[in-house]
Unconditional design. Structure first.
Lengths: 240, 296
C-alpha cells in the first residue's frame, strides 16, 4: 500500500452474458515511486478491435510503472507503450486467418485515464476518451472529469490506437489539490454515466459482494451493458 | 424504444441483401459512358461493394480468439432466377456443429462460418501510408464470396417474397433480437408485378424490437444527381421513385446517427432510400444500413 493511501478497492465485471476472459477493461493497482508519488490507471478496450484487452492492460501497466508526471510527456510515453505492445502481439501474428491478420493490422483501441497523486497535496489526471475520475470529500462529489453529464457518453469516444503510424487524439489533462481522507474513483464509461445520473458516493466502500449487487441493480435500472470497472483510492485520514 | 435491442451472440441480428442481377446491371453507371471512362458494370461495382461490406461486417465481429456471431448474413440475387448467393451446405452445417446456425434458414449464414469459407481469397495491392508521409503498396488477401451476374428481367416481387420467408423463420427463432435488416439494390422497375405490396408484407414481420427494416437503393442510369435519404415523397422525379420511397422504412435512431456522422441532414421521417445512386452514394448508404447499433 503506497504511504499516501489507506484503502484501495478494485472491482470489475464483464458485460452481462460474457465470460471473465472476454473482459476488456484493465486497471493497474496504484504504485508508489521512490519520491512517494502514486500512479494509478484505468483503460477500456474497444469492443470492435482485436487484442483490445491486451492493449488496455499494456497501457495501464506502462503508465503506473512510468515516470510520467506531466501531461506533456504523455504522448511520448504512449509511443513507448505502442512499441511494448507491438512486441507482445508480434509473437501471435504468424499464420493468422485473413480476418485475424486484417484485424491485427488495424491495431487495438482503448479509452484511457491516468491518475497521479503527489505527496505535496496536488493531483493530476490525463485522459483520452470516456473513462471518468470522481473526486469525493465527505459525502460530496467535488469533481467529475473529463465528462460530467450522462448525456455526453456517446458511442464514439476518443480512443488511443496501438499502431505506431497512426496519430493519437490529444489527451486532456486536469489538476487540483487533495486533502486527507479524500476519495478518488476511476470508473469505466457505462458505470460512470450511471453514477453521474445517480449518486457517486453510493459506489464507495463496497466489498466484492456488494459491488456485484450494485452492478446488478444498476443494470436492472438501465445502465448500459458493458464491462464495468471501479478503482477506489482512499487517502489517509491524518494530516500529511 | 424500438430498434434499440442489444446485438450480441445470444441476440444476433440478420442482415439480408437483395441484389438485382437483371441484364441492365451489365451496363455501367449513368454518365460513366458519356465521360469516356472504361467504366465497370453496375453488377461488378455492386459485387465488389457487397463483398467488401461482408468483409467489414466480419472484421467488426472478429476478435483475437475468432469471429463472434453477432450477425447472420444472407445475399439473394434476382435476375435470371431468384437464388441465394451465400448458402451453408449440409457439409458446412455439420462442421459448424455448435455455431448459431438457424435451423431451416441455411441462406442466413453466421459471420463466423462466412469468415472461414469465402469462395476464394484474391491477392490485391493496397496503398498504405509508409510512415514517412508517403504511400507504399502492400499485398493483402481479400475474400470474395460471390461474383457479378447480369441476365434477364427484374423479379423483385419474387425476391421480396423469398426474403419474407427467410425473415419470418428468423424472427420466430429470435423474437427479441434487433429486427432483420433487408437491403435491396436495384437499377430498374420490377418486371413481375407491384413490389409495394410485397414490401409491406415483408416489413410487417418483426421482433419485439420493431418491424423488419427494408432499405432500398436505386442505381443510376442517368447523369441526374442522386436523391439521398429523402424525408418526403414530394419532388421525387417519377412513379418508380415514389414506389421505392413508399417501400422503404424510416431510419431507426442508430442509422440516423450513422447518417449524421456521414454529413447527411436527417429527421424522424427520413427514409432508408437512395434514388439514382452513383457508386459513392451506394457505398455510403450500405455502410449506414449495416450499422444497426453498437455491438456488445
Amino acid at each position: 500500500m503506497p504511504p499516501l493511501l489507506s484503502e484501495i478497492r478494485t472491482h470489475w465485471l464483464p458485460k452481462q452474458g460474457h465470460t471473465p476472459d472476454e473482459y476488456e477493461d484493465a486497471t493497474a493497482p496504484p504504485v508508489a515511486a521512490a519520491d512517494g508519488t502514486v500512479r494509478a490507471a484505468l483503460a477500456d478496450g474497444a469492443t470492435e478491435s482485436a487484442f483490445a484487452g491486451a492493449w488496455a492492460r499494456t497501457l495501464v501497466e506502462e503508465f503506473t510503472g512510468s515516470d510520467v508526471t506531466v501531461p506533456e510527456t504523455f504522448a511520448e510515453s504512449i509511443h513507448r507503450t505502442r512499441r511494448v505492445f507491438g512486441g507482445r502481439i508480434a509473437e501471435h501474428a504468424t499464420d493468422l486467418p485473413w480476418y485475424a491478420a486484417a484485424k491485427a493490422e488495424e491495431g487495438a483501441f482503448a479509452a484511457f485515464l491516468g491518475f497521479v497523486l503527489y505527496p505535496n497535496g496536488a493531483w493530476r489526471a490525463v485522459a483520452v476518451g470516456d473513462c471518468c475520475l470522481f473526486h469525493l470529500r465527505g459525502g460530496a462529489c467535488l469533481t467529475t472529469w473529463p465528462l460530467d453529464d450522462p448525456a455526453d457518453f456517446g458511442n464514439r469516444p476518443d480512443l488511443l490506437g496501438s499502431r505506431l503510424d497512426v496519430s493519437q487524439p490529444d489527451a486532456q489533462t486536469t489538476s487540483a489539490q487533495w486533502t486527507a481522507g479524500d476519495r478518488f474513483l476511476l470508473v469505466s464509461d457505462a458505470l460512470a454515466a450511471y453514477l453521474l445520473a445517480h449518486d457517486p458516493a453510493a459506489a464507495t466502500g463496497l466489498d466484492a459482494e456488494a459491488f456485484v449487487a450494485f452492478v446488478a441493480g444498476a443494470r436492472a435500472d438501465g445502465m448500459r451493458n458493458d464491462d464495468v470497472t471501479l478503482l477506489e483510492l482512499v487517502l489517509r485520514p491524518q494530516l500529511r | 424504444m424500438p430498434y434499440s435491442a442489444e446485438i450480441s451472440r445470444t441476440s444476433p441480428a440478420a442482415v439480408l441483401f437483395l441484389l438485382d442481377q437483371s441484364a441492365s446491371m451489365g451496363d455501367p453507371f449513368g454518365g460513366a459512358e458519356e465521360q469516356g471512362d472504361a467504366a465497370p458494370s453496375k453488377a461488378r461495382v455492386l459485387a465488389d461493394t457487397v463483398n467488401r461490406l461482408l468483409q467489414n461486417l466480419i472484421l467488426r465481429c472478429a476478435k483475437e480468439d475468432g469471429v463472434r456471431d453477432y450477425f447472420s448474413v444472407g445475399v439473394i440475387g434476382y435476375g435470371e432466377r431468384v437464388q441465394p448467393l451465400l448458402r451453408l451446405t449440409d457439409e458446412m452445417l455439420e462442421e459448424e456443429g455448435e455455431v448459431a446456425v438457424v435451423p431451416g434458414v441455411a441462406e442466413l449464414v453466421p459471420v463466423s462460418a462466412l469468415a472461414e469459407r469465402p469462395l476464394r481469397l484474391e491477392e490485391r495491392l493496397k496503398r498504405v501510408p509508409d510512415g514517412r508521409g508517403g504511400f507504399t503498396e502492400q499485398r493483402a488477401k481479400v475474400p470474395v464470396w460471390f461474383d457479378p451476374e447480369a441476365r434477364n428481367g427484374t423479379p423483385m416481387c419474387q425476391a421480396l417474397d423469398y426474403a419474407t420467408q427467410l425473415v419470418r423463420r428468423w424472427v420466430n427463432l429470435h423474437p427479441r433480437s434487433f429486427p432483420p435488416i433487408v437491403l435491396n439494390v436495384t437499377d430498374g422497375e420490377a418486371t413481375d408485378g407491384d413490389p409495394l405490396r410485397f414490401a409491406q408484407t415483408l416489413r410487417e414481420y418483426g421482433t419485439d424490437d420493431g418491424e423488419t427494416l427494408l432499405l432500398n437503393v436505386h442505381l443510376s442510369s442517368s447523369t441526374e444527381p442522386a436523391i439521398e435519404l429523402p424525408d418526403t415523397i414530394e419532388g421525387l422525379p417519377d412513379e418508380h421513385a415514389r414506389q421505392l420511397f413508399q417501400m422503404s422504412s424510416t431510419l431507426p435512431f442508430s442509422m440516423r446517427a450513422a447518417a449524421e456522422a456521414e454529413g447527411y441532414a436527417v429527421g424522424l421521417d427520413t427514409r432508408g432510400f437512395v434514388f439514382n445512386a452513383d457508386p459513392v452514394a451506394l457505398i455510403r448508404f450500405l455502410e449506414i444500413g449495416t450499422r444497426p447499433s453498437t455491438l456488445r
